[in-house]
Design a protein around this ligand. Structure first.
Ligand code: FES
Length: 163
């Protein structure tokens, strides 16, 4: 069941587009932010609202790596290993995250707090090696910075921070 706030947001977003189906990706992102992933119910709801078949929404989902059909961790660590990051230690950062969290890329910690992904260029090459966590960017990473960030995210959660 989608919240009233999310339904109102959907109405607002759809009204911005002359062609309703152009709103599919923003709707998916807002829905994913609320639910944590893209459920079948969410696909159906978006398809109904923008007047397309559910399969067309699913096709869009399959194109974008930031859209998830399965639940992922509260914090999704997306580590770039593309060329600039690769040259400045991106693979070491990914390996450090893997060891520190005890999960492989595409995995989620048993407590549901963290997921890990290896991703293509985040557009933050000047700050390589870089990582995106949900909608925030972290640049010029070192293993020590990653450790501090993971600890900070654990503390945020313990203090009841939503995401
Ligand atoms: S190569 Fe990593 S952000 Fe561009």
């Amino acid at each position: 069941m989608l919240s009233e706030a999310l339904k109102a947001k959907f109405d607002q977003v759809i009204a911005r587009y002359p062609v309703k189906r152009s709103a599919i990706v923003p709707l998916l992102l807002f829905g994913q932010d609320e639910i944590g992933y893209i459920s079948d119910e969410l696909v159906e709801e978006i398809a109904r609202r923008v007047e397309v078949r559910p399969i067309e929404v699913i096709e869009d989902i399959s194109y974008y790596s930031m859209l998830h059909r399965q639940p992922i961790g509260k914090y999704n660590l997306q580590v770039c290993t593309n060329i600039s990051c690769l040259l400045r230690g991106g693979e070491e950062i990914l390996e450090h995250c893997r060891r520190r969290l005890g999960i492989d890329p595409k995995g989620t910690t048993p407590d549901g707090l963290f997921s890990l992904e290896e991703v293509e260029c985040l557009g933050a090459c000047c700050g390589a090696p870089a990582m995106q966590v949900n909608y925030e960017f972290y640049e010029n990473l070192t293993p020590e910075k990653v450790d501090r960030l993971i600890e900070e995210l654990r503390i945020r959660t313990a203090n009841g921070h939503p995401r």
